[in-house]
Design a binder for this molecule. Structure first.
Ligand SMILES: N[C@@H](CCC(=O)N[C@@H](CS)C(=O)NCC(=O)O)C(=O)O
Length: 297
């Protein structure tokens, strides 16, 4: 892990601003900027500490949950993180009536919400949570969407077995929770109905699912990695800068893209192109959401 990233984990937001990757590279980009139209990287606002902290219920691996964690981090809002076990049905059901994450709670309003983008819209328009509208709307870029779709199968194959195999993710601390995930999350080439079953078929038995996950973990990842590394080079070309992906500055494009890319860091040996790696590190530090590199398999 880079020293700047390590430092940012230990320094308070205000203190860190002199050392953070964002401010350091702002200087670099001022020196090297060829046009004056590039939006400045986000400068983090004051720490927001409400008398009753908002709560976020998450699974660590869930990109929708990471969207919310990143948005709160970038807005510098102190919050309590509750990591749900993957087989915990009761806690989310008591809060919102079903098993889902993320769930957001504002205790001072007695408000409980689900839906990541709705939560972020609430937080980014409510002045109690700092400067409003720090995220530009999603651009609707088709190239990034198409890229995400094109790597879906590849990433599922590599990421899903690793989430459970690390043994370190908070939602997978116990066997029941790992089995709950494996039961419900198909591995390619299987589709959801084949895996989980539907009205016409009972789905695959658990022993077969466990065997397929184990086989996926023991398979040589080299051919898939070669593909992934090439796809990341393509994505690197689509990235506007190491601070935000779309022209104009930080936006919901970043909240979505970064949250999804974070999962890739659980795969050991990925070759990250320079700009993309800096983007991952910059938003991790600024948003206070750690990457998985240290536990990658
Ligand atoms: N549209 C929702 C999607 C949330 C979602 O699908 N979360 C997944 C976890 S990644 C979930 O809780 N699925 C139910 C389950 O795991 O049982 C959002 O953006 O918040």
């Amino acid at each position: 892990m880079k020293l700047a990233t390590v430092l940012s984990f230990f320094l308070a937001a205000g203190v860190a601003s002199g050392f953070s990757p964002a401010s350091r590279s702002a200087v670099v980009s001022q020196l090297s900027m060829s046009t004056s139209t590039e939006a400045a990287p986000l400068t983090k606002g004051e720490r927001i500490v409400r008398p009753q902290l908002p709560k976020v219920y998450v699974y660590d691996h869930c990109p929708f949950c990471v969207r919310v964690r990143l948005a709160l981090g970038l807005k510098n809002v102190k919050h309590t993180l509750h990591f749900l076990a993957n087989d915990d049905v009761d806690t989310p059901t008591a809060l919102v009536g079903k098993k889902i994450a993320p769930i957001f709670e504002i205790p001072e309003d007695k408000l409980i919400m689900m839906e990541s983008l709705g939560i972020i819209a609430k937080v980014d328009t409510d002045p109690r949570f700092g400067t409003t509208n720090i995220f530009a709307p999603a651009s609707g870029r088709k190239d990034i969407k198409a890229w995400q779709k094109s790597v879906q199968t590849l990433l599922r194959t590599l990421q899903r077995p690793r989430y459970v195999a690390t043994g370190l993710l908070p939602e997978f601390q116990q066997l029941d929770s790992r089995h709950a995930f494996i039961k419900n999350h198909q591995l390619p080439p299987y589709e959801k109905p084949e895996w989980k079953g539907d009205a016409e078929n009972p789905g695959m038995d658990m022993d077969t699912k466990l065997k397929l996950y184990a086989e996926a973990m023991s398979a040589d990842p080299a051919p898939l990695m070669e593909d992934l590394n090439a796809r990341l080079v393509e994505l690197d070309d689509m990235l506007f800068s190491e601070h935000y992906c779309s022209e104009g500055g930080l936006s919901l494009d970043d909240v979505d893209l970064w949250a999804r890319l974070r999962s890739i860091t659980i795969i050991k040996g990925v070759q990250w192109p320079t700009k993309l790696r800096a983007y991952m590190d910059n938003l991790s530090a600024l948003g206070d959401v750690p990457l998985y590199d240290e536990m990658a398999l």
